[in-house]
Write a protein that binds this ligand. Structure first.
Ligand code: AMP
Length: 279
């Protein structure tokens, strides 16, 4: 596996990978890799000839009081995992390569980024969309793979790829979970053993609410019950628990398919997100 940090070298390497019409899939990540990330890589191996993984902890998607500095980083471990999976190329630019002095152009996400995580994290999705647009232009993949774990992000990237004519396929990969149901996340590393045990209340509450709503229960009551169960399970606060149209992300006062439960909650200093299909 090649590890590349320079854009000109990246272009040469990707051009070589694409020789003879070979297809390249890109899996963008912020590192601290777990089985969720690796499931995206495995999907890439199934749908393309070569998988390129990027690792870049993107400062522009973190708010001033968020965990950019503390975000877990272990490139040597990540690179070993990716090499084992048969990844062709690791693209690992530094901040000065991604945002050279004077960088002043960005992608602005409109209504899809306004609610949910966008409301809780102002500017977050503009930062995500900008860096993903840059990664698409840098790597020029045929396919890019994102996790359904970040449902709003996936919807925003699909829309951006369409709106800005990136001309590549965006694939969503199912959420990888631990045996007790907690969605795998690099941020789970922040949890104490007690918090980690309590965190299972989060996916359990979403699963129960999704089943209730699909079974005809009142939406507002089901969402309130999920919030109460998450707090009773040991979380400190809820950012949102919402029933949304799975594609437009519009809030749904009553169930209609295709719908998705979207949620974010905080336990100690850690903010976790999750989502669940309904029906
Ligand atoms: P991150 O490194 O957190 O920015 O995530 C990189 C990619 O991995 C994103 O497309 C995420 O949606 C995806 N991802 C993270 N955790 C999971 C998971 N538990 N299951 C599936 N995909 C995930």
């Amino acid at each position: 596996m090649q590890i590349i940090r320079d854009i000109a070298m990246l272009h040469r390497a990707v051009t070589a990978l694409k020789a003879d019409g070979k297809a390249v899939a890109l899996v963008p990540t912020m590192g601290a890799l777990h089985d969720g990330h690796l499931s995206l890589v495995r999907m890439g191996k199934r749908v393309a000839d070569h998988v390129v993984v990027s690792i870049f902890v993107n400062p522009t998607q973190f708010g001033p009081n968020e965990d950019f500095a503390a975000y877990p980083r272990d490139e040597a471990r990540d690179a070993a995992l990716l090499a084992q999976e048969g990844v062709s190329l690791l693209w690992a630019p530094d901040v000065a390569t991604m945002y050279p002095a004077g960088h002043g152009t960005h992608v602005e996400v409109a209504e899809l980024g306004a609610d949910y995580c966008g409301a809780a994290r102002p500017g977050h999705f503009d930062g995500v969309a900008t860096v993903v647009a840059k990664l698409f232009n840098q790597v020029r993949p045929d396919i890019a793979i994102f996790g359904e774990k970040d449902w709003q992000q996936l919807a925003i990237i699909r829309r951006m790829a369409r709106d800005l004519d990136f001309g590549l396929d965006i694939l969503g990969a199912p959420i990888a979970r631990d045996a007790d149901g907690l969605a795998l996340s690099s941020r789970n590393a922040y949890l104490s053993p007690e918090q980690r045990a309590a965190a299972t209340a989060f996916p359990a509450a979403l699963k129960a609410a999704a089943a209730a709503i699909a079974g005809g229960a009142d939406v507002a009551q089901s969402l309130a019950a999920a919030e109460a169960a998450i707090l009773a399970g040991g979380f400190d606060s809820i950012d949102y628990v919402a029933l949304a149209d799975a594609a437009s992300l519009e809030r749904l006062p009553a169930f209609r398919a295709p719908a998705r439960l979207l949620a974010a909650a905080r336990i100690g200093k850690t903010r976790l997100i999750d989502n669940h299909p309904v029906g």
